[in-house]
Write a protein that binds this ligand. Structure first.
Ligand code: C6P
Length: 410
């Protein structure tokens, strides 16, 4: 199993005090922290290897291009893709999902067609589909949740049986209720109905082994900053034949084949989708982050977070007046909750004064919060540097919160 005490030592951010307490970071679902190995790789790149990619032929340009393209190979291998060309670098999951919505869906769907999405989606995997529906006239079918926050698969099947569904877009793991979609089964069902699947893997790929060939998924979106890499880098995986049939949605430098005064042709995939100078240092950081995660082992990370979530569920449910959301198990390594009638911003502010960082708000999932019948929740999310001590700190912090707001009914 993972040696968390040793892992913590790799993260400089965790060695500081916040408001007089050692930092207890429980907000990796929003953005994870960076180990020294990733920071060093980026500093080394900028110190000795930086130039633009795919342009110059001098030594630094070739070093930078190699580093960038080697990351593409590494990402492909990390998610089990057969070819590096099926990986498009993006700013993150949001840009990856928009790329599919605008370059694939918007030109293929029309009135009478349907998209399936779900009640638990992050806005990044909902709003682009609303836009496609608005511009094409196709329908948007939203799968509801069971009482404990899993997807209603009967309803999913009923939508597929309508016979008009062209796209199914759903989260692999929910960033709020933590439920994990039975992706392989849902993908097989979608394919049987002739639909293409877009999997939002922002909360799964950083935390569990994911193999795109085993899932047979068509598109998959990931953010680097949730998997120990810096912000501004992420990727879209797409099946080659789908990517090759897509037009770019951003145009400009380096994505072209040949430019005439009046018209242009496009480069092959994935370059066609990477207009302009990309986030090269981001790719360098992502490469080092994947090395770090692979050294720990994705199976070990998944098991560690499963145990932590289980422990956290038990400890938090013992706190009087606390409401926990989502299924007990299986679940992703995060728990959203409310404490009596206290606004999550109040809870989070008091916790911060104890050095504990959680997220408070609607977590970019307003339709889901509407369904939960609350405006906001608190969310503690775990990663490779968290242990039971962090959860004990959270529970002790909640006791302080309740003490401070003792006049509020619980
Ligand atoms: N969720 C959270 O605190 P970006 O912002 O593009 O890196 O990721 C968007 C995104 C897409 N799908 C899911 C399931 C997500 O959780 C996120 C990001 C963060 O929950 C920030 S809102």
């Amino acid at each position: 199993m993972l040696d968390i005490k040793k892992i913590k030592q790799d993260f400089p951010v965790l060695k500081q005090e916040i408001n007089g307490h050692s930092l207890c970071y429980l907000d990796s679902g929003a953005s994870s922290q960076l180990p020294q190995q990733v920071l060093d790789a980026m500093v080394h790149y900028y110190s000795y290897s930086h130039a633009n990619v795919h342009r110059g032929v001098h030594t630094l340009a070739e070093r930078a291009t190699s580093a960038y393209e080697e990351t593409r190979d590494k990402v492909a291998q990390f998610i089990g893709a057969a070819e590096a060309e099926t990986i498009v670098f993006t700013r993150g999951s949001t840009e990856a999902l928009n790329l599919v919505a605008y370059s694939y869906a918007a030109s293929r769907l029309s009135a009478g067609d349907g998209i399936i999405t779900t009640r638990l989606e992050h806005h990044s995997n909902l709003v682009p589909w609303q836009q496609v529906a608005a511009s094409t006239g196709c329908s948007l079918n939203m799968v509801d949740l069971t009482e404990d926050g899993n997807l209603q698969l009967d309803q999913y099947q009923a939508f597929l049986d309508q016979g008009n569904i062209k796209i199914c877009a759903f989260a692999h793991a929910s960033n709020v209720v933590g439920s994990i979609a039975p992706a392989k089964e849902m993908i097989a069902r979608a394919h049987a109905a002739g639909a293409v699947v877009v999997l939002d893997a922002a909360q799964s790929v950083p935390h569990m082994p994911v193999n795109v060939q085993d899932l047979d998924v068509d598109f998959l979106a990931v953010s680097g900053h949730k998997m120990l890499a810096p912000t501004g880098i992420g990727f879209l995986y797409g099946k080659r034949e789908l990517l090759e049939d897509m037009e770019p949605y951003q145009t400009g430098g380096s994505m072209i084949g040949f430019v005439e005064p009046e018209s242009s042709t496009w480069a092959a995939v994935p370059t066609r989708f990477e207009a302009g100078t990309p986030n090269i240092v981001g790719a360098v950081g992502l490469s080092a982050a994947i090395d770090y995660l692979e050294r720990l082992g994705m199976d070990n990370i998944m098991e560690h977070e499963r145990q932590l979530a289980d422990y956290a569920w038990q400890r938090l449910s013992e706190v009087d007046g606390t409401q926990l959301y989502g299924p007990r198990s299986p679940r992703a390594g995060l728990i959203s909750f409310n404490v009596g009638h206290l606004h999550p911003h109040d809870v989070s502010t008091v916790l911060d004064s104890e050095g504990i960082a959680i997220r408070a708000g609607h977590h970019c999932a307003q339709p889901l919060h509407k369904w939960l019948n609350v405006a906001a929740t608190n969310r503690a999310s775990f990663y490779v540097y968290n242990d039971e001590e962090d959860i004990d700190r959270l529970v002790a912090g909640l006791a302080k919160v309740k003490e401070m707001f003792e006049d509020v009914t619980f």
